[in-house]
Structure formats: structure tokens, C-alpha cells
Design a binder for this molecule. Structure first.
Ligand SMILES: Cc1ncc(COP(=O)(O)O)c(C=O)c1O
Length: 382
């Protein structure tokens, strides 16, 4: 059997990861400024993470959600403490799209409405409801288009208000920082106005923190730079450092009832062990403060580089906008300098999403290599 060919692949075969480095089958060492798509939060094969998952597997890897699993409660407790969202309830699932799917369902169960507001360039996943609130027609199948989504400009509150006033909007879904869209940041005042309007018009506010959460922005959640309390917060990616796990943080105003949501694999023992290990490392190594401090330094350094049109970001979630498509620049960084970086839906924007325990030494190395490499693409004299 062959693989269904949906991914354009670089011809690199990673066989080992360690901290912020990845090694291929030729023992070539790559510096990871992509984090496997913002997934690797505490670093590749962190010893505590490996030990915790290994120990768990030696005891029990899985049993169904029909019996008690104290690891789920431990995970919820620790997540509440570290994220400062202690009064929320947690529903565990397996991926980002599934988290958003469940959040959209909860919103619609709650107020009975079906119309959604999402934002231009936003991405929320590929399952049915999640893809129908994603601003990319090419990945929506006819079967996904079962409810109306309105796409508004980020940070333009007037048009959102005009629409909310009609009273028929079920939910507004917004990324803490737009990732795939090219690191576009909602302003704190915009988020605060959005919250006020959602309350006024009986609309659920869903914060998608799947990419921007878990310390990546220098806060536990990127929305926490604003004074808001979202109704629902969705998480995945950095939550498991590569182990598939996702979740929805649910405000206590939503009442649970048996059977309302469910999943076979969500919250299984192994996934919880991975999730707990991530939170323990984030706390022990103070990685959220590190992400903020090193991120500030990194942003400052990047802003001094000639040839970059705009530097955007927060913590270790950074976008570099050039006045040319970055495809070849990324390839050169990867194949010549052995550095992984990310792309985005904007062909001119490069995304930087390194593991959160990357150090200043690697940031300086990256800056040096980037400066040298972009000379080829701009008119800056060598
Ligand atoms: C903001 C955001 N939401 C949702 C998703 C979907 O997550 P998953 O691929 O785990 O389904 C992604 C994935 O890139 C994302 O960046």
C-alpha cells in the first residue's frame, strides 16, 4: 500500500531529537526553529517526559472513559493552576480540530444558534465544523458547509458589532495569535470589546489557543495580555510536546450532562502522562518567563536586520515578513544552514516557533545565519 499523497515533503528523515535539535538518518544535526509546527514545547525527548511516558506505559497505557482515571484529574488540576484558569472545567480530546469541533458544539448547545463569526486568515482545523470556520475555501468540502460563517477583518470591531447586533450569532472564534495566517495579533482592546459585545448579544466567545497557548506567547495563553475571560478555550499542540492530546477549557456557566461530549481515546493514561510531564517541565524550568524574556531579546535582534519588512510576535511565536516569497530562503536555511523554520499562508511570511527551552546561544546563531542568508535575496551589499 502507498501513502495518500497530501503532503509536499522535504527529503529529510529525522531519527532522533534532543532539546532544540533534530538529527537525521545521516547523523546531520538540524537546529529547530519550527518546533514540528509549534508542537514541541519542552524540547525534543526531554528526559522527564521520556521517563514519565515510559513509566506509565509499563503500568497501563489505556483504558476507556467508562472508569476512573486519576491522571485526568491531576492534569486538570495542574493545568488550572499554571494557566490561572482554575474555575474552568476540562474536556480532553486528541487534537486541535477536535477541540474546536467540541467547542463549537458546546456553543451551539448553549444558545441554540448556528451562525459563526471567524476572522480572515484564521485557521481552526480540518474536521467538519472546524474547517467551516477556517478562512480557506479550498480545504472545505461541500459536506462541511452546513452552517453560515462570516469572516471579519481582525481588529475591526465595528463590522463585528454590526453583525452581532442581529442577535443570531452563536459564537465568535478567534486565535490568541493567528499562526498559519502569518502571526497576526489581535489587539488587547479588540479582545476586550469583543468580550463585552459577545456578552451583550448572547454569543459565545471561543479562544483558539491551540498554537499560541502553553507559554508560546510568553503568557500561558496569548489572550491573557487582555483582561478577558473567554467562555471556551481550546488547546492542543504544545500540550503534549508531540503526543496527540487536545482539550477544551469550559467556563462553569456551561452545565455538563452525561453523554453531551465523548471520545474513545481522549484523556487516556499515556496522553495524560505526556500532558502532565509537559506542565511539570514548564513549571520547573520556568519556561513561560523564559519564552517572554528570550522572545523579547529575539524580537529586538530581528528588528535590527536589514531586509525584513516587518517583525511581529510575542514570546517565541514570531513572524518575519519579507518583500519577496520566502520559499527559497527557507530551503536555503534548511539545506545549507541546517535550520528548520516555518512557512505561513502568506507566501512572504516566515514563522519561527522553536521549542520553549531554546537558549540565547541558538538565537544568536540563528540571527547570524539569517543575516548572511538574506543577503542573497535582497540588495544589501555583502
Ligand atoms: C490555531 C489552530 N487551531 C487549530 C489547529 C488544528 O489542530 P490539529 O492539526 O491538531 O487538528 C491548528 C493547527 O495547525 C491551529 O494552528
Amino acid at each position: 500500500m502507498k501513502l495518500f499523497d497530501v503532503y509536499p515533503l522535504f527529503d529529510i528523515h529525522p531519527t532522533k531529537g534532543e532539546g532544540c535539535y533534530v538529527y537525521d538518518d545521516q547523523e546531520t544535526k538540524y537546529l529547530d526553529f519550527y518546533g514540528g509546527h509549534a508542537v514541541v514545547s519542552i524540547g525534543h525527548s526531554h528526559p522527564h517526559y521520556v521517563k514519565k511516558i515510559t513509566n506509565q506505559l509499563q503500568n497501563i497505557g489505556f483504558y476507556s472513559n467508562s472508569v476512573q482515571n486519576k491522571l485526568q484529574k491531576e492534569l486538570a488540576q495542574k493545568l488550572g493552576e499554571l494557566s490561572n484558569c482554575e474555575n474552568y472545567n476540562l474536556f480532553l480530546c486528541n487534537s486541535g480540530a477536535e477541540a474546536n469541533e467540541n467547542a463549537l458544539k458546546l456553543a451551539s448547545f448553549q444558545n441554540g444558534k448556528t451562525k459563526i463569526i471567524a476572522f480572515k486568515k484564521g485557521f481552526h482545523g480540518r474536521t467538519s465544523a472546524a474547517v467551516n470556520v477556517t478562512d480557506k475555501a479550498a480545504i472545505q468540502a461541500p459536506i462541511n458547509k452546513t452552517f453560515v460563517t462570516e469572516y471579519h477583518e481582525l481588529n475591526h470591531i465595528e463590522s463585528v458589532e454590526t453583525s452581532l447586533k442581529n442577535g443570531d450569532i452563536c459564537a465568535v472564534i478567534i486565535e490568541g495569535i493567528q499562526g498559519i495566517g502569518g502571526i497576526e495579533i489581535p489587539q488587547p482592546e479588540f479582545l476586550e470589546q469583543l468580550e463585552t459585545l459577545c456578552k451583550k448579544y448572547n454569543t459565545i466567545l471561543i479562544l483558539d489557543e491551540i498554537q499560541s497557548g502553553y507559554g508560546r506567547s510568553g503568557h500561558f495563553f496569548a489572550f491573557q495580555k487582555a483582561a478577558i475571560t473567554p467562555d471556551l478555550i481550546t488547546i492542543a499542540k504544545g500540550m503534549g510536546n508531540g503526543f496527540p492530546i487536545g482539550g477544551v477549557l469550559i467556563h462553569p456557566k456551561f452545565k455538563a450532562k452525561y453523554g453531551l461530549l465523548g471520545t474513545t481515546f481522549g484523556g487516556n493514561h499515556l496522553a495524560c502522562a505526556a500532558g502532565l510531564a509537559v506542565l511539570e517541565v514548564l513549571e520547573k524550568e520556568d519556561l513561560i518567563a523564559h519564552s517572554k524574556n528570550l522572545g523579547n531579546y529575539f524580537l529586538q535582534q530581528l528588528k535590527t536586520i536589514e531586509g525584513i519588512q516587518e517583525v511581529r510576535g510575542s514570546g517565541l511565536m514570531i513572524g518575519l515578513e519579507f518583500d519577496f516569497p520566502i520559499k527559497n530562503l527557507r530551503k536555503q536555511l534548511l539545506f545549507e544552514e541546517k535550520i528548520f523554520t516555518g512557512s505561513s499562508s502568506n507566501p512572504n511570511v516566515m514563522r519561527l516557533l522553536p521549542p520553549l527551552n531554546i537558549q540565547k546561544e541558538q538565537v544568536d546563531f540563528f540571527i547570524k545565519k539569517l543575516k548572511a542568508t538574506i543577503k542573497t535575496y535582497t540588495s544589501i551589499p555583502a
